[in-house]
Design a protein around this ligand. Structure first.
Ligand code: AMP
Length: 217
């Protein structure tokens, strides 16, 4: 199957949609945000740097992301397709990613752009909760997507937590960063004829159906 890349502003539902794709197609989900959140827990110089950067909503240094992406893509589980989410986030990263893929003999695959309004995102950001263990994503403000018992994961019984960058101040920095740095990537992929747009305002199920149509074409 073709590789899949998600491009979307923060809290647009990339992570939720990626999980649904993983459940159906059993390919690895590579999220630079998830990998960096794990690194941010380490009691080391890089752990502290990543923790501070993530909390501020800014981007971590390119060299760190290149290294972690390349290492992860070399893993044999990526040979039959993978989902990349959160990378590339700038035009420079996109250009570097083209090179990383070429070196490993992979193609870009389908790039899926989840288009969604800023006001919708603001509403979502404060309600997002994530399972510490299985990483399932909920939204306590959305009756269709709330956990049955607050702070407990429906799937595995794990504890739900709120990301420490899921507050309005950090969201605004991340959103501005997205507009300035990530949106220009859309044209890069449009010109390569690999970009597909889906309407992120729709329900989780309908967005997934749209994505599934693209993937299975
Ligand atoms: P996400 O989970 O995709 O929203 O990412 C959370 C945070 O991780 C971002 O706000 C950045 O600080 C950092 N991050 C994730 N991906 C990248 C990337 N490709 N380049 C730089 N920083 C990143």
């Amino acid at each position: 199957m073709k590789n899949i890349m998600f491009i979307a502003p923060p809290a647009a539902g990339k992570g939720t949609q990626a999980e649904l794709v993983v459940d159906k197609y059993h390919i690895p989900h590579i999220s630079t945000g998830d990998i960096l959140r794990d690194i941010s827990k380490e009691d080391s110089e890089i752990g502290h740097y990543v923790f501070e950067t993530l909390s501020s909503g800014k981007l971590v240094k390119d060299e760190i992301t290149y290294q972690l992406i390349e290492e992860r893509l070399k893993n044999s589980d990526c040979r039959n397709g993978f989902i990349i989410d959160g990378f590339p986030r700038t035009l420079n990263q996109a250009i570097e990613y083209d090179k990383i893929l070429a070196n490993l003999g992979y193609s870009i695959g389908n790039v899926i752009y989840i288009n969604i309004n800023e006001k919708t995102l603001e509403k979502r950001i404060t309600g997002r909760r994530i399972c510490e263990d299985c990483k399932t994503i909920y939204n306590i403000n959305d009756p269709n997507n709330a956990p049955q018992i607050e702070s407990i994961c429906d799937n595995c019984g794990g504890k739900l937590y709120q990301r420490n960058d899921d507050n309005l101040a950090s969201f605004q920095t991340r959103y501005k960063m997205y507009q300035e740095k990530t949106e220009p990537i859309l044209n890069h992929y449009r010109e390569m004829n690999v970009l597909h747009e889906v309407n992120g305002e729709d329900t989780v199920e309908n967005v997934f159906n749209e994505i599934d149509k693209i993937i299975s074409e």
